[in-house]
Write a protein that binds this ligand. Structure first.
Ligand SMILES: [Fe+2]
Ligand SMILES: [Fe+2]
Length: 371
């Protein structure tokens, strides 16, 4: 499994001040904070280096410059913090080779949102290496739709349902041709957890539809609903959504709003099918009635939603996060089997057969994914 946790280094001349920046960046990746006067090498090459020093201090600038010349750091992109509108500090930051200037005080949501956008662009360039293979076309289409969600919803703009339809077909075709393994391993290389998660869920659920022999139109319905399942998260602050530690009760309550928020947004946008709306609203419901937001149980939850729920939990378990390693597919399935009556046992059995590559005949119930 590739290691997709973004590696970030903070160089500082004041460890106390850098704590605040480290807390913000913890939502985006694995952080290593170092004093500029520290001569020990870093443990791994970072993708990005954040320089948080006093830019009016000659010794701090000289120490930072030495760090930035190290081969392990030189290839990373450099984000340098400056004091508000201070022209001299900006000039100094550019002289140090800043790729990006970040004004103090740091606005966590702005920095995290910028990082997410940049990671999306970088993943797009990575996909260019695949040229126009079906895999690259499906992933690019999925990512572009998710990018439009993150850009539009916080500004109160509507979503284009037809863009989801188009992407869903490309995703279904990519999975039909390339298989789930290639999809999962390529998506895991995406450095942004916001994109990675929805693309993993779309892969797992759509492949499930293919595994049970659903036609192309039904595969696309599953792809569309699973791609959309977490759209409500676009309205949750990134500092909460990707927090690298346990959520407090208030943050937990905020996250749990995302199914209803997403549902309301799609209804307002118009053009989304009932089954997509149902998945968006109910993918955190559990078969035993212990889920949210409505505490639905049994037959109140559609087969399509149950499948997306299974793909959702599987994706969360096999994903790399800054604060947790990825579980193997087999370990993830073991944990899910241990969830008992919360998940649909028949569907989970088929899902496990699909993930583990067991294509033999199954004695378990085949679901209906019909609209
Ligand atoms: Fe969700
Ligand atoms: Fe999810």
């Amino acid at each position: 499994m590739p290691d997709s946790a973004e590696r970030l280094v903070i160089l500082t001349d004041d460890l106390d001040r850098a704590t605040c920046l480290a807390e913000t960046l913890g939502a985006a990746g694995a952080i290593e904070t170092r004093l500029v006067t520290d001569l020990e090498p870093i443990s791994q090459r970072p993708a990005r280096t954040f320089v948080d020093i006093d830019l009016s201090s000659g010794p701090s600038i000289a120490s930072a410059r030495r760090w930035l010349r190290r081969p392990s750091i030189a290839a990373s992109t450099k984000w340098i913090l400056v004091g508000g509108d201070d022209y001299r500090e900006r000039t100094q930051a550019l002289a140090l080779g800043a790729d990006r200037i970040v004004p103090r005080p740091v606005e966590p949501e702005e920095v995290l949102s910028d990082l997410r956008d940049i990671m999306a662009v970088e993943f797009g360039s990575f996909l260019d290496r695949f040229e126009n293979t079906r895999l690259a076309m499906g992933l690019r289409a999925g990512q572009d739709v998710l990018a439009s969600v993150f850009a539009s919803l916080p500004r109160g703009e509507s979503l284009d349902a037809s863009a989801f339809d188009d992407a869903a077909l490309l995703i279904a075709d990519a999975l039909a041709e390339e298989g789930l393994g290639n999809w999962l391993s390529t998506v895991q290389l995406h450095h942004s957890s916001s994109f990675r998660h929805s693309l993993l869920v779309a892969g797992g659920a759509t492949c499930f539809a293919q595994f049970i022999g659903a036609g192309r139109a039904d595969q696309a319905r599953v792809a569309r609903a699973s791609l959309a399942h977490d759209v409500g998260k676009a309205l949750i602050p990134l500092s909460v959504l990707d927090k690298p530690s346990k959520l407090d009760p208030a943050e937990e309550a905020e996250i749990r709003l995302h199914p209803q928020l997403g549902y309301d947004l799609l209804v307002k946008s118009g053009g989304f099918s009932d089954d997509t709306l149902d998945v968006v609203l109910s993918h955190h419901e559990m078969c035993d009635g212990s889920g949210y937001p409505r505490g639905l149980a049994g037959a109140e939850i559609s087969d399509l939603t149950r499948v997306v729920t299974i793909a959702d939990i599987f994706a969360a378990l096999v994903e790399v996060r800054a604060y947790k390693p990825a579980l193997s597919h087999a370990s993830a399935l073991d944990i899910m089997a241990g969830m008992g009556a919360k998940l649909d046992g028949d569907l989970l059995t088929i899902f496990a057969q699909m993930v583990l590559g067991e294509h033999g005949p199954s004695a378990v119930r085949r679901p209906s994914l019909d609209g």
